[in-house]
Design a protein around this ligand. Structure first.
Ligand SMILES: Nc1ncnc2c1ncn2[C@@H]1O[C@H](COP(=O)(O)OP(=O)(O)OP(=O)(O)O)[C@@H](O)[C@H]1O
Length: 229
């Protein structure tokens, strides 16, 4: 097994199997999935409901240990890591973009971003500069002081993307990031995600069931019954 382990500073899943339950209730959510995503590469995972897409992201984001197989995130082998190391890995090397932004209602757009360094300790001048740079990158400089209810769905999702980039993630994971958006805004967010993945060299995986959104991806992989093709 070690001889075939891929080396990448991005994301590598090697023959990953994830099972839920046991016996009669056993579900194989991921079935020997192998996937390598290089830094700066944008991979779309498409597949029907229940095919294992969210399970793939949970494993790739070090949220769930696979039943079998290896996951490497930015050169850290997840199976060998202790809980504290995994928590640090999630906080410092992985960015998540959620379906509907997952913003805190009481915080301005800028403060949503500054919450990331705040949770790791303290906010530095460099963090403030980075937050402003990221808000500019997603086209929200003029709306940095607005709270979520003062932003459109697409704008909220842009804030979610900028927040996911705050910790300079090696791995960027997006779970149906366009679910709450109309077609035009969905395309805009995916284009922005692709551009940021490339520019910031994040190994990026976007899960979607929308085959209209695949043009922006460098690579498309299909998931069916827990298997990738
Ligand atoms: N905690 C769990 N316990 C038991 N089975 C689960 C659990 N989570 C997911 N599953 C099962 O694992 C399989 C894959 O689920 P998963 O959520 O990864 O699919 P998905 O492709 O993301 O689906 P959707 O597009 O509907 O979100 C499904 O059969 C699902 O019912």
């Amino acid at each position: 097994m070690t001889a075939t382990t891929a080396t990448t500073t991005g994301l590598a899943l090697e023959q990953v199997t994830l099972e839920y339950g046991t016996g009669d209730t056993l579900v194989t959510a991921l079935d020997e999935v192998t996937l390598t995503v290089e830094p700066g590469e944008f991979v779309a995972v498409v597949g029907p409901s229940g095919s294992g897409k969210s399970s793939l992201l949970a494993v790739a984001g070090a949220l769930i240990h696979p039943t079998r197989g290896q996951v490497r995130i930015a050169d850290v082998t997840v199976s060998g890591a202790k809980a504290a190391e995994l928590a640090r890995l999630r906080r410092t090397r992985i960015g998540y973009v959620f379906q509907s932004g997952n913003l805190l209602a009481s915080l301005t757009a800028r403060d949503q971003l500054l919450l990331v360094p705040h949770l790791s300790g303290r906010i530095t001048a460099e963090d403030r500069a980075r937050a402003d740079e990221l808000l500019e990158a997603v086209g929200l400089t003029a709306k940095a002081d607005r709270r979520p209810h003062e932003l459109s769905g697409g704008e909220r999702q842009r804030v979610g993307l900028a927040r996911a980039l705050m910790n300079r993630p090696a791995v960027l994971l997006a779970d149906e990031p366009t679910a709450a958006l109309d077609r035009r805004r969905a395309r805009e967010i995916v284009a922005l995600l692709a551009a940021q993945a490339h520019e910031r060299k994040a190994a990026t995986v976007m899960v979607t069931h929308d085959t209209d959104l695949l043009e922006a991806a460098d690579r498309v992989v299909h998931m069916r019954d827990g298997k990738l093709s």
